[in-house]
Write a protein that binds this ligand. Sequence first.
Ligand code: SF4
Length: 427
Amino acid sequence: MTNKNKVIIRKVQDYDPKIIKDIILDGLKELGVSGKIGGRITIKPNVVMAHHKIAPTAYTRPEFIAGLLDALKEVGSKGTEITLAEKCGTGLPTSRMLRRAGYYKLKKSHNLKIRPIEEARKKRIKLHKGRIHEELTTSVEIVDNDLLIYTPKLKSNVLAQGLTASIKLNVGILLDKERMWQHNFNLEEKIVDILEVGYPDLIITDGIEMSFGGNQLTQHGIYLGIIIMAKNPVAHDAVCAHILNLVPEKITYLRIAQERGYGSLDLKDIDISGDISLKDLQEKTRDFDLGYMNVKDVKCGFHIFCGEPYCTGGCHGVFLDWLYMVKDRKPKLWEKLPEWTVVIGKYKGDVRAKRVMLIGTCTEVLGKLEARSKFRVKGCPPRHKDLVLWLFLRAGIVNPLFRIDLILDSYLFLFFSWCRRFFRGRL
Ligand code: SF4
């Protein structure tokens, strides 16, 4: 008998729901949870954004969820009810993103209930261990269930020091206002606070096609061919970090989660099993450039000045993520960006330039600022949607997100979603 947390890594050829189902069934057995499948089950995927053209690879694929649903059906007790709950990012309506991700097809075929979190019944929960959040609001499905299953997408994320796996997924149980609140230098503590409410019983990660190296929404995918299963989120994320050749102890929110007693990052405390070794996977990902860097080091047409605080999860990270969004679809655009000087944070020095953009509410030049034109994108940090809009309106930069169908999603369908919430009393 061992007290180590188990993490299973299984090879899989492609997104065949039948194969995925069989692998998940094996995993449930090995983790000792096969007999506990029943009652009200909530699945939380990663659908921060989905779009067939510009965001095709950075979300948990519906075939993966179909395989999971088939597995749960096979071992689940009679009367098992399964609900999928999610809140997407970028200020878009979740119902649109889940539709674009192909999840609504599973509603009929698998008798799945789908709950965009902003449109669901909510619960306000007091936290006992929170350092940033004293309380938070999420949907009842996340809180009141018999089994909470997280199905993250394995991907890199420059806002989260390189990695998004199960713990960072928790930001997606919050509503927009609370999600962006303290999404700055406090992001790491905030992420760990949310674990008190969003603590999964089971994690099953889609690493069949992982995505990396760019913007968390629009970056490219590559076949990695694995499913990762675990019960402990810290052990799970530590293994994911190692798979990407990252050092888990250097990822602040993982270190904080360990310090707060949620689990150990040490591989000596983790029992890794499966049919592919960590070493083989590290070899596969050895040359992957995850894109995590200081935003001032980006070589593009902009001159970027960084000041304090350096907010990896805030303005600095969001602007870096915006730059990647431009590059993901138009790799040559970085060199052709118009000559603007960008200031992020409180910059100790003088700035003399033709055109200056200040990113973030707290940003200022502490020395002399001389510029013919300047503008500020407000927010702590600004939302992607606002960056996309303001950089188009003021700097004339057309971002790939600037598409008619996404503009309709962002404004018209967002209004419809607001109406549904209003009439159901769920604002
Ligand atoms: S405004 Fe931006 S730089 Fe300033 S604290 Fe907020 S996120 Fe950080």
